[in-house]
Design a protein around this ligand. Sequence first.
Ligand SMILES: CC(=O)N[C@H]1[C@@H](OP(=O)(O)O)O[C@H](CO)[C@@H](O)[C@@H]1O
Ligand SMILES: [Mg+2]
Length: 562
Amino acid sequence: MDDNQRDLLLKESDRFPPPQGVRLSYGTAGFREDASVLLSTMYRVGILAALRALKTGKLIGLMITASHNKVSDNGVKVADPSGGMLTQDWEPFANALANASSSEDLVQLIIEFAEKENILLDGSKSAQVLVARDTRPSGEVLLDAAKHGIASIIGVVAHDLGILTTPQLHWMVHVRNKGLKGSELDYFHELSSSFRCLLNSKPNNSELKLKDWDNQLVVDGANGVGGQKLEILKEMLNGLAIEIRNSGKGEGVLNEGVGADFVQKEKIVPLGIGSQDVGIRCASFDGDADRLVYFTVPSESSNRINLVDGDKILSLFAIFIKEQLTILAARTKATKIDFQPTLGVVQTAYANGASTQYLKELGLEVVFTPTGVKYLHEKAADYDIGIYFEANGHGTILFSDNCISVLQPLCWELSDVSAGSESHKAALRLLAVTRLINQAVGDALSGLLLVEAILQHRNWSIHKWSELYQDLPSRQLKVKVVDRTAVETSNAETEVVKPPGLQEAINSEIAKYPQGRCFIRPSGTEDVIRVYAEASTQEAADDLATSVAKLVDQFLGVGSSN
Ligand SMILES: CC(=O)N[C@H]1[C@@H](OP(=O)(O)O)O[C@H](CO)[C@@H](O)[C@@H]1O
Ligand SMILES: [Mg+2]
């Protein structure tokens, strides 16, 4: 590191002293805390993103959001050149940077890490970091601190894209690094044009069917950025009557009684949706619009909803992809091009047991990873077509470069030999999906359009979709404990290895319930231990979750559960 660089870092980092007594950790989705303690973290993650940009020689993304957390929280995560999450190899360095207690320590860490990673810190190279934020009021000041961090590494500049959804930023990093155009308008064009393509390639006999599908859709924007962006996208779509609630323009508070996390965890009607919506297809986004769940309000007299969660979205996508592959498999035998992509599905322990069974019965390969998109995404990339979803509605479909490079010529060939045939349409549909579905990360906007296109394609109502399988009753609870890091797990987070004895106690509880399944893990985004329970009745699932929450309390000290 040359002297100019060192002086700049020392001077700038003194402006962003770390908070006292806060230990930060790059968790499930980056750093998250109360916004008031995050200035120095933002500054330091700015440095991290700048170093990553120098190391890779590519565009890097930095997103300021705390997603589904309450409005007073905020957070930051880094997008790698692929548009995916920051490589896990760099997480220990991220933690060390965020927790360095003085500017001198910080500079020393940077010197050592840059040496290890062969990053030259002499200003000889230039690089860029794309930065964006969600609608949280703390975002602007925090973004400014992150920009200072980026500018503290000589040669690296920040390009501020303003307010975006998390998946928009990831998408922009992904496409721009491929040398393609990646403005917000390009994003909307890509989504709307591929959606149109899908609708134009509906099955040849679709007009003959009874009309189960209807074009009315109500979307709960969680009072966040997703509703605002959907307002723009909606103008570019035909054939859908989308009504947006909780768009963030009114009185409502971000994620408070609204949004995908609330809807999925509480299973009750969000604010802004009411008796006028009984029976209508409704969807909820989370605060930064990377999660999507659907639901209906079954009756005016109760606030319960019928939830159609990420597992059912995954199942819908899997059926559709499999159907197109089956059509193509029959046809490709008669073409020169061999197209037999591997197809895999990735879930976490939070996936409803009934969904896993259903997917396996479809003949699909289902694998499990720990919670967090970074793990699911990595696993899904092992397949030519990998579909991953968390039950909470975060997921996408990944197509390998190889798969896309075979699909395109196959589509041309089928257009030559049998234009307009089902097999030609199947290839067109798959190609449209590769453009519609965000290849960088789960995306509520693009996921919504794919769900809508498939329901239209199959002429399905949300009720028909929901009946694919019956969810096993489940319950999730959070338990506040003195130190959540005291819990360590293994086997895709389904077994507690620390503290000793806790897993055995959980097992004895599970044994009391038919079809009982239960696990606990420390949250990576909130200061709680999460408890998940499943059983044959709702009462049993509730009881199992409550008794395990009590065990957590007993083993891990005084706290309160909700
Ligand atoms: C049970 C649950 O929904 N956990 C969520 C939540 O992580 P936790 O580590 O459980 O707090 O936020 C993550 C980021 O959005 C998401 O990936 C994950 O699925
Ligand atoms: Mg989110």
